[in-house]
Ligand binder design. Structure first.
Ligand code: PA5
Length: 431
């Protein structure tokens, strides 16, 4: 097994969390872990995510790598059409693993995750129809936002391409047997990849949903799966919070929730983690927020948001705890240069690296917030690699399942999401 890439540092929790209280959660943790392992928990028909990295579908993976290679050779752009779990994991991986201001080759564009006219019009002008592939992703096959985007794209392509070429450029990722998209893909003979029926949307990043576009972006999906596999082994083998930090994280969240906290604020000091936090918000928000319960998952980008939301976090209503996701090793190092005139008075910092200054911001913030009655959990992530991200994905998936079961809710459904959809359908007179 490789190096452990993520662990909890409780430096700021020593005075806040009583060891006895934490230990008292052990039986509930063990019960949730047992339910997960035995498949006896609510929503047990959606436990496929547990085994994805341990028993990957080798044939699907080989086909996927071949398709990714073709797209990389032939396309300038891949458009990922999907919403929620059908695109957030992909975006998290690509934004985490590629440089901030560079564009991947081919470019990855995202469509179908909003209904804004200007965004749609912009996307439709962003690609050469002769050099584009479309990966339409929907587990249910009928979600309105991606369906609308997909129709717009097909309309655009059909004006320029013959039907054989068009057929070749569309790849559908959906349920193997049911739903509109599955039906359309069969009729139109599009290349199709499958989302296993027992894997829910927000737990699907390690299926073809995430793996195909991530591979098209030139990233190593084998290493991603290897990281997830190693974390799966840790999460499933150990019942002990000391060695299994996914359990410790679930326990701390439970403790804070039961002591009256209502918001978990995730904070990162690295822009590369922004989209990871977006993925995390969906995973935790949809899995736990039901039956009138659950922590509200929010996120902030530091130090940027210290100059906007920092005041509230420090002094506003005390309903928060904070989880800082700290990246130990940046890929590149930049030092502050010495200046001869020192007109900006920064020579005190000359020779220090930006990571050292960022770390001082992180430590200073953690202490300030913790002193201001916002408990601070620190999640230390070792590096920006596929392997580390694979561990992080599995860590959060396992932790949310345990945490939601301890809360007494079904982690794997999302009944509340249909209410706005029904209202919208009525307003649009849609059958
Ligand atoms: O977690 C979930 O299942 C949802 O959030 C879905 O990912 C999201 O609603 C998109 O659904 P679909 O893939 O069916 O279009």
């Amino acid at each position: 097994m490789g190096t452990r890439m993520i662990h909890i540092d409780n430096a700021f929790l020593r005075e806040v969390v009583e060891p006895k209280k934490l230990a008292s959660l052990q039986p509930r943790l063990a019960q949730a872990q047992r339910q997960l392992a035995e498949g006896t928990c609510p929503g047990s028909e959606f436990l496929g995510w547990r085994d994805l990295p341990l028993h990957p579908d080798v044939q699907e993976l080989a086909r996927l790598q071949k398709t990714a290679k073709t797209i990389r050779e032939e396309a300038d752009a891949l458009i990922v059409v999907g919403i929620g779990g059908s695109y957030l994991g992909t975006r998290a991986a690509i934004d985490f693993l590629t440089p901030a201001l560079s564009v991947t080759k081919p470019r990855i564009l995202y469509f179908g995750h909003n209904l804004d006219s200007d965004y749609a019009a912009d996307i439709l002008e962003q690609f050469d129809p002769h050099k584009v592939f479309i990966n339409v992703i929907s587990k249910s096959g009928g979600t309105l936002e991606p369906a609308v985007a997909f129709r717009l794209l097909r309309d655009r392509l059909s004006r320029v391409l013959d039907s054989a070429t068009m057929q070749n450029r569309i790849i559908a990722t959906t349920d193997p047997d049911s739903g509109l998209l599955c039906e359309m893909a069969k009729n139109e003979k599009w290349t199709t990849f499958h989302i296993p029926p027992n894997v829910g949307g927000r737990f699907s990043v390690l299926t073809s949903v995430g793996l195909l576009p991530i591979a098209v972006a030139g990233l190593k999906i084998d290493a991603l799966l290897e990281g997830a596999r190693d974390m799966a082994k840790i999460c499933r083998a150990s019942q002990d919070m000391e060695s299994n930090h996914a359990l410790l994280y679930a326990a701390l969240r439970t403790l804070f929730y039961e002591s009256g906290k209502r918001i978990e604020l995730m904070a990162a000091f690295h822009p590369a983690l922004h989209s990871v936090m977006e993925w995390w918000k969906q995973l935790f928000g949809e899995s736990e927020g039901k039956d009138g319960k659950g922590l509200f998952p929010a996120s902030v980008d530091f130090t940027t948001d210290l100059h906007s939301l920092g005041q509230y976090i420090q002094d506003g209503s005390r309903t928060l705890f904070e989880t800082i996701l700290w990246l130990e090793k940046t890929r590149r190092s930049i030092a502050i240069p010495e200046s001869t005139d020192n007109s900006d008075h920064l020579n005190d910092l000359a020779g220090k690296t930006l990571q050292e200054i960022n770390e001082a911001a992180f430590q200073g913030t953690a202490k300030a917030h913790s002193d201001g009655d916002v408990p601070v959990v620190i999640l230390r992530l070792q590096e920006r690699s596929e392997y580390a991200l694979g561990q992080l994905f599995y860590f959060f998936e396992y932790a949310v399942a345990i945490s939601a079961l301890m809360l007494g809710v079904n982690p794997f459904d999302q009944p509340g999401v249909t209410t706005y959809k029904n209202n919208m359908k009525k307003l649009l007179n849609q059958k």
